[in-house]
Design a protein around this ligand. Structure first.
Ligand SMILES: C[S@@+](CC[C@H](N)C(=O)[O-])C[C@H]1O[C@@H](n2cnc3c(N)ncnc32)[C@H](O)[C@@H]1O
Length: 266
């Protein structure tokens, strides 16, 4: 049984089969051919624990328990709110706490499926830059392929994904080389959520945020390091962070730490 393979959807046809084979070679993953009659379930029972599958609707990651596709839907909702009057009463916390503005350079050091990164890309505009770091190989591939096919739905910059661990990739960056660094690791005490998010959870890297990564993030960020955590978790206490007052009663809390070029920095 291989841990991760690449295949084609049932109605993929020759074009998608060729694409799946080429991507499997590029990504260093086995291509798993599907028999004319056999379903994906059979491949997941006999050949691979998880599969990246390409078809007419793009790439999905599938295992025996569920499926996850790349979709900018949630980012679109947040961007619409951000553009409307709703934003004045209920500002997007990421944009507000990061004080994001056109031209900024943001590093989302825990990219996931790039919802936050796309919101940042909208906020910084075409003159800005958003990079995303992701340490899970299947999630990185899903995000990179999805981002590459995005129709620009608003004037926003492209998100540039890189594979690797936040701490290592940040340590290669110059001091003060980004405006804001975002850290949104997997929550330590998660609530059960939607099927797709449960699939993400099974394939995500679950390392708790460590002090060394936080130090690197502060060095690289000129303005702020933003950290997200679940209200029911213990992460902020462990890291000595304080939730921003306006996010205190919300299920998702934010803390911000001054970056190396921030006058509030010690
Ligand atoms: C909660 S999700 C991020 C969701 C993201 N903010 C969004 O809006 O879509 C956390 C992601 O960070 C990744 N991750 C966890 N630890 C990491 C690390 N040290 N370096 C890079 N990525 C990491 C996980 O694999 C997972 O995909």
């Amino acid at each position: 049984m291989i841990p991760l393979g690449v295949t084609v959807s049932a109605r993929g046809g020759a074009r998608f089969r060729a694409l799946a084979q080429a991507k499997a070679r590029e990504w260093g993953l086995p291509f798993v051919p599907r028999a004319e009659s056999g379903g994906i379930e059979l491949l997941l029972e006999t050949q691979a624990e998880a599969l990246l599958i390409v078809g007419g609707t793009g790439w999905v990651l599938r295992d025996r328990e569920g499926e996850l596709g790349f979709g900018p839907g949630m980012a679109k909702v947040r961007i619409k709110r951000f553009e409307s009057q709703v934003h004045l009463q209920q500002p997007d916390h990421l944009v507000q706490y990061g004080e994001l503005k056109p031209g900024d350079h943001v590093i989302d050091a825990t990219l996931g499926l790039a919802v936050d990164a796309l919101v940042c890309a909208h906020a910084v505009g075409l003159g800005g830059r958003v990079e995303g770091f992701e340490a899970s190989w299947p999630l990185f591939l899903l995000a990179r392929e999805g981002l590459a096919t995005l129709e620009p739905f608003a004037p926003m910059c492209r998100v540039e994904p890189s594979f690797g661990r936040a701490g290592e990739l940040l340590s290669a960056r110059a001091t003060g080389s980004a405006d804001v660094v975002l850290l949104d690791p997997m929550f330590d005490l998660p609530k059960k959520s939607s099927g797709a998010f449960e699939t993400l959870r099974r394939h995500a890297v679950h390392e708790p945020l460590d002090e060394a990564t936080l130090v690197e993030a502060r060095r690289v960020a000129r303005r702020w390091v933003l950290v997200k955590a679940g209200a029911w978790g213990r992460e902020f206490r462990r890291l000595g962070l304080t939730a921003e007052p306006r996010s205190k009663s919300a299920p998702v809390q934010w803390a911000r730490v001054p970056g190396s070029g921030n006058v509030a920095s010690p």
